[in-house]
Design a protein around this ligand. Structure first.
Ligand SMILES: [Fe+2]
Ligand SMILES: [Fe+2]
Length: 319
């Protein structure tokens, strides 16, 4: 582990076999007294991804909220943002209980070391993009967290997610209500479609490598998640694609009766021009190794967003 946290070997009080036995008996893991080193490093990893994602959504949504059409709309956007900060807090607090130094993790980490999905590194530049983010990104978060809520063997997180789930439902509703409203006007609809064209494929990527290329081993075995990447991607499309069809917008995916699943109708994964926010679909399908290189380099807003979040703390240190 990084120096941000105490070594798992020192903190975890159980062996791998003991954890397996505990889980096989249908019991939840409540703290370090029930964790093995592998369990502890696994749960730290997934909690960090989750808390980082919630946290970074705040500056990302705030940027777009400035385009709110009226003051009460800005109010709704800010209340969503407040929820996201509270969700991040839940994750970081739990990490604090698991031997991680929260201040160092949040305020002293390099921007590139944050573990949220690449999609948030691409700026949201309009109200259209904010409400689409609520409809697409919050839906992705909802699919992932519902899976954790259902499958997680870590009791404190599982219980906390009951509240998070309810708030995410509000974010989704906000996104859908607005998308529906904007799609009813031809001019707004064209703007929505232009944003949807880059945002839909970017959210497809969110779920990571296809199952054929990724081994989940311990994540599934220890109940950090219940569904595989491809299953989660399918669950997300099942929620999003029919809604998009219903409001008369278009995405490159459809339900295939023969295959019994959603099928993606464009080259995927593909090359992305992050400055122009445009997919280079003419260049055809690329390998996931190239996608991971892009993710690792982080995108245009990474440093800016993290600097915003760390600003007050760094100022305090300097004072
Ligand atoms: Fe959230
Ligand atoms: Fe949300």
């Amino acid at each position: 582990m990084t120096p941000t946290a105490l070594p798992v070997e020192e903190l975890a009080q159980r062996t791998e076999d003991e954890v397996r036995e505990h889980l096989a008996a249908g019991k939840l893991v409540e703290g370090l007294q029930h964790m093995s080193p592998e369990y502890l490093s696994g749960i730290r990893r997934i909690l960090t991804v989750s808390a980082d994602t919630e946290l970074i959504s705040a500056p990302a949504y705030l940027r777009a909220a400035q385009h709110a059409p009226a003051l009460n709309n800005l109010g709704s956007a800010v209340s969503i943002l407040q929820d996201e900060l509270a969700h991040a807090h839940i994750g970081y607090r739990l990490l604090g209980d698991l031997g991680v130094d929260m201040n160092r993790l949040i305020y002293e980490r390099e921007p590139a070391a944050f573990k949220y999905p690449y999609a948030f590194d691409v700026p949201l530049d309009s109200w259209h993009e904010l409400v689409l983010a609520n409809a697409l990104y919050d839906q992705a978060g909802f699919v992932l967290l519902s899976d954790v809520h259902e499958s997680s063997t870590f009791g404190p997180w599982k219980r906390a997610l009951a509240k998070v789930d309810k708030e995410e439902t509000f974010h989704l509703r906000h996104g859908r209500t607005w998308v529906k409203k904007l799609a009813a006007s031809p001019e707004e609809k064209a703007r929505l479609q232009a944003s949807l064209d880059w945002m839909f494929i970017l959210t497809l990527e969110w779920f990571g490598l296809p199952d054929a290329q990724k081994r989940h081993g311990i994540q599934l075995e220890y109940g950090f998640k219940g569904m595989s990447n491809d299953e989660l991607r399918q669950a997300w499309m099942a929620a999003v694609v029919p809604f998009i069809d219903e409001v008369g917008l278009h995405v490159p995916a459809h339900w295939d009766d023969g295959a019994g699943r959603y099928v993606i109708d464009c080259p995927f994964p593909a090359r992305f021009d992050e400055e122009a926010k445009r997919w280079l679909l003419d260049e055809g399908e690329i390998g996931w190794d190239e996608v991971m290189t892009r993710w690792k380099a982080r995108g245009p807003m990474n440093e800016d967003y993290v600097a915003r979040l760390q600003k007050g703390y760094r100022g305090r240190l300097a004072a």
